[in-house]
Ligand binder design. Structure first.
Ligand code: NAD
Length: 498
């Protein structure tokens, strides 16, 4: 069986006798490979290799650092199909969607190509008489990233793209469920001209995460995953004196105003609620029609659209979405539907027990629609992370603003309306980090930044863009004054002082 190893100091690193984790092919339900799980001793080797290379990389001029990013971007483009197929085979998302995963990461690399410009400091000439003040952004040293299964290409690149361009070495601990693409990214990064040890991959579970959080030579940790673990990572990392950003789970709401273009909203919801089997932190699993009439009209249009969705294996070019990641996750999603039903939701379309002909062992869940969901229900409060759309009916605009604002998560939200004033009020008032106005998945482009609020994000800095640069650098402020000429004054020319 294929074995997935660590990538230390530019080489595949095999550890004999280590614990292993199975990697499924979610479309077939078979175990297709195994990944070896690392421990503190392995991390020590990665840190040692990072320490060797980082000081020189930090003083490598920014244009040279950018050249590696350019070359890496080109390799990503050349290897797009291979990366997408590998990703789809371990994650389960369809190949086109997997290309999007790589593409969104590539866009962060594109932004990182501009590092000579964006890492420039600031300068004030004449802050006092003869005094100048300037600031510079220096790398933290060694950074680490701990990433979730659902975007195995994009999320690692959110992190290491900015961290490495800014002069850090980076140790990536990807999800043990689909670790092959992150490993391939590290290989390609070296092929792009990065020195060995600059980007390393250590696989593992909690044991490795704890080793990272406690390691005294790792200065910054970026985490993306579920909220309880994000909170834990934030606390433990901060206690060890590190800079930590930790993005958590989500339950994003799509508000549908009475004046919305319902066909557009329904079409958008098909992709946003069911795309990638709902395994996206920016999915829209809750739709909030405002007013009973809107709710009825929406539901009437949703039902045939959902019934028209095609569930297929990840390399089916016509499938809207593929299987979910593991058998445990399939079972958990089905349990959530059970819970929702017991709590009094109406199961309008039931995806439980779905079986795909010819792929009966795959981890498929059919598209599900639940109506009459209310804020008191556990199935509403918690993240389901599956192809399940919940309708929560709101009486008016104020209630529609309150629902996402009072939810424990605050990652993304969207309002569908033709009314500019309502949209403007909504964007200003809602307590959520990323807002879409007639845009169902408002993931900001790479030159803005990404981050949610409340239990969707612990720590102060967003991912990528200028926020990413700020997170991965520390700012040094220099106040300087130069004496006027030689010590005895003989060299004092007639130079007026600013
Ligand atoms: P997860 O929390 O199970 O795993 C994330 C990472 O934490 C993995 O690398 C995993 O190995 C590690 N980990 C798992 N258990 C741990 C433990 N007990 N202690 C320390 N580390 C541990 O998340 P997942 O299931 O891989 O990903 C899905 C979750 O990620 C969802 O909640 C989703 O909303 C969230 N997510 C959030 C964002 C965002 O930007 N807010 C983006 C993508 C995914």
């Amino acid at each position: 069986m294929r074995q997935v190893h660590h990538f230390i100091a530019g080489e595949h690193y095999e550890v004999s006798g280590a614990r292993k984790h199975d990697i499924w092919n979610p479309s077939t339900g078979e175990v297709q490979a195994q990944v070896t799980l690392g421990d503190a001793a392995l991390l020590e080797k990665a840190v040692a290799a990072a320490k060797k290379v980082q000081p020189e990389w930090a003083v490598t001029n920014p244009q040279r650092r950018a050249r590696v990013m350019f070359a890496f971007k080109q390799l990503l483009e050349e290897n797009m199909q291979e990366l997408a197929e590998l990703l789809a085979s371990e994650h389960g998302k369809v190949v086109d969607d997997a290309k999007g995963d790589v593409q969104r990461g590539l866009e962060v690399i594109e932004f990182a190509c501009g590092i000579p410009h964006v890492q420039k400091g600031e300068h004030t000439l004449g802050a006092g008489t003869g005094i100048d003040v300037y600031s510079m952004r220096q790398p933290l040293g060694i950074g680490a990233g701990i990433t979730p299964f659902n975007f195995p290409a994009m999320i690692p690149m959110w992190m290491f793209g900015m961290a490495i361009a800014a002069g850090n070495a980076f140790i990536l601990k990807p999800s043990e469920r689909d670790p092959s693409v992150p490993l391939r990214l590290a290989e390609l990064f070296m092929e792009a001209g990065a020195p060995a040890g600059l980007l390393q991959v250590v696989h593992g579970d909690k044991e490795m995460v704890d080793a990272i959080l406690d390691h005294k030579d790792i200065a910054g940790v970026s985490f993306v995953g579920s909220s309880d673990i994000a909170h834990y990572v934030y606390q433990r990392g901060a206690k060890a004196g590190k800079r930590v950003q930790a993005m958590g789970g989500a339950k994003n709401h799509g508000i549908v105003m009475p004046d919305a273009d319902l066909d557009m909203a329904v079409n958008d919801l098909m992709g946003a609620a069911y795309g990638s089997a709902g395994e996206r932190c920016m999915a829209l699993p809750v739709v909030v029609p405002v007013g009973e009439d809107t709710a009825e009209r929406l539901k009437e249009k949703l039902i045939p659209a959902i019934e028209g969705l095609r569930v297929g294996v990840s390399n089916d070019p016509d499938a809207h979405y593929g299987p979910v990641v593991t058998p445990e996750h399939k079972a958990r999603i089905e349990q959530w539907i059970d819970t929702a039903e017991k709590e009094g939701s109406e199961v309008v379309i039931d995806g439980r027990g779905f079986s795909l002909q010819g792929h009966e062992d795959g981890f498929f869940v059919g598209p599900t629609l639940l109506d009459h969901v209310t804020p008191g229900m556990e199935s509403y409060r918690e993240e389901i992370f599956g192809p399940v759309l919940q309708i929560v009916r709101a009486n008016d605009f104020d209630e529609a603003v309150r629902l996402p604002s009072e939810h424990q998560y605050g990652n993304g939200v969207c309002i569908f309306t033709r009314n500019g004033h309502a949209a403007r009020e909504f964007a200003a008032k809602v307590e959520v980090g990323m807002v879409g106005i007639n845009v169902p998945i408002p993931v900001p482009v790479s030159y803005h930044s990404f981050g949610g609020w409340k239990r969707s994000g612990f720590g102060d800095a967003d991912q990528y863009g200028m926020e990413g640069l700020r997170f991965w650098t520390k700012i040094k402020k220099v106040t300087q004054r130069w004496p006027d000429g030689g010590g005895d004054g003989s060299n004092a020319f007639l130079i007026p002082t600013l």
